[in-house]
Design a protein around this ligand. Structure first.
Ligand code: NAP
Length: 317
């Protein structure tokens, strides 16, 4: 009886596991699900790789002393493609969860699956000041690796005080750019080792200051900043502004499904990536936590294993 039930279940799904998002967690989930014998598809509205694609260098992923973000994600993609179908450039618009399975509606088609793993990650937080939107691509950037080269020999401001801001500032210094970090407090959130390296490499700092406006004509020509302690305002001439003030969860689908989110908008999961709704799992940065490539990969693996019983496969966990 059980045997017939499993065969029927296998036949009725287009895919047993649908993974949304092809970053570290998505690729890892795909590898684990595929290796458990599931029929897997990964959707990504872009070309995949997630935010790691923007990392100039990754030096804390075991097995790779130093590797470019793009190269690491290419390797993960190739690996995942051995076990899953990849649908790049296809965006998941809606997910309907039923008793028998999950209907996944994309901008191209609709699919029926046994379970879905959301690996939708985060997006760059915006400053929300005048000029930011207007000058995006005209001097305002959220990715030093992608756009840094256009500013070779010029002057830029990096906004933020976390690891990303400092790593981006160091990267920009390497391509002969005059870099000033503008941070809203008087100490960095970034690791001390990074701060030391930035100072050694000639990154300048303006403390206790916020950006009030990004100004320019065709292209960015400067920023208006305010010292939050003295209230003093001034204009700094720069050719570019790299905004690096953290990330926000891409939780549109999670909200649409009705998943429980924490106060910052991240999906609440148990230690195996299970959400409050059966057949829906989540992994990686969308679940908050420490948000590292290695933890995302680990979470993808766990969610994948936890999803196996839903499609009638055994999981040792
Ligand atoms: P983050 O650690 O959250 O830092 C964001 C920075 O932006 C903070 O300094 C914050 O200031 C500032 N900020 C936030 N909102 C702002 C606003 N509206 N205006 C001005 N400044 C604002 O973000 P992240 O650097 O992108 O890093 C995200 C996560 O990835 C972190 O967990 C980080 O450790 C990790 N990461 C790790 C590595 C690595 O090599 N291990 C590399 C990159 C990122 P306050 O400090 O005042 O809050």
């Amino acid at each position: 009886m059980l045997k017939y039930k499993i065969v029927f279940t296998l036949m009725k799904y287009d895919y047993e596991i649908v993974i949304v998002g092809a970053g570290a967690s998505g690729y890892s989930a795909a590898i684990y699900a595929g290796r458990s014998g599931a029929k897997v598809v990964v959707f990504d509205r872009g070309m995949g790789g997630g935010l790691t694609m923007e990392a100039p260098k990754v030096e804390n992923y075991p097995g790779f002393r130093s590797i470019g973000g793009v190269e690491l994600m290419e390797k993960m993609k190739e690996h995942a493609m051995d076990y899953a179908e990849m649908k790049f450039g296809e965006e998941v618009k809606e997910i309907k969860v039923g008793k028998e399975g999950v209907e996944v509606v994309t901008d191209k088609d609709r699919y029926f699956a046994g379970a879905v793993i959301l690996c939708t990650g985060t997006e760059h937080r915006k400053l929300g000041v005048k000029g930011e939107k207007e000058f995006q691509g005209k001097g305002v950037s959220y990715c030093a690796t992608c756009d840094g080269f256009f500013f070779k020999g010029k002057k830029v401001a990096v906004i933020g005080g976390g690891n990303s801001a400092v790593i981006e500032a160091i990267f920009l210094r390497q391509i002969d750019i005059d870099v000033t970090i503008i941070h809203r407090r008087d100490e960095l959130r970034a690791e001390k080792a990074l701060e030391k390296e930035a100072k050694e490499k000639g990154v300048k700092f303006i403390w206790n200051s916020i950006v009030e406006e990004i100004i320019g004509d065709e292209m960015v020509s400067g920023i208006k900043i305010k010292n939050v302690k003295t209230e003093e305002k001034k204009v700094i001439k720069v050719d570019g502004v790299f905004v690096s003030i953290g990330e926000e969860p891409q939780n549109k689908l999670a909200k649409q499904i009705g998943l429980k989110l924490d106060e910052n908008g991240y999906i609440i999961v148990d230690e195996m990536g299970r959400t409050n709704i059966e057949r829906v799992f989540a992994a990686g940065d969308i679940t908050g936590g420490v948000r590292q490539i290695i933890t995302s990969a680990a979470e993808g693996a766990k969610a994948s294993l936890a999803s196996m019983p839903v499609i009638g496969k055994r999981s040792p966990y």
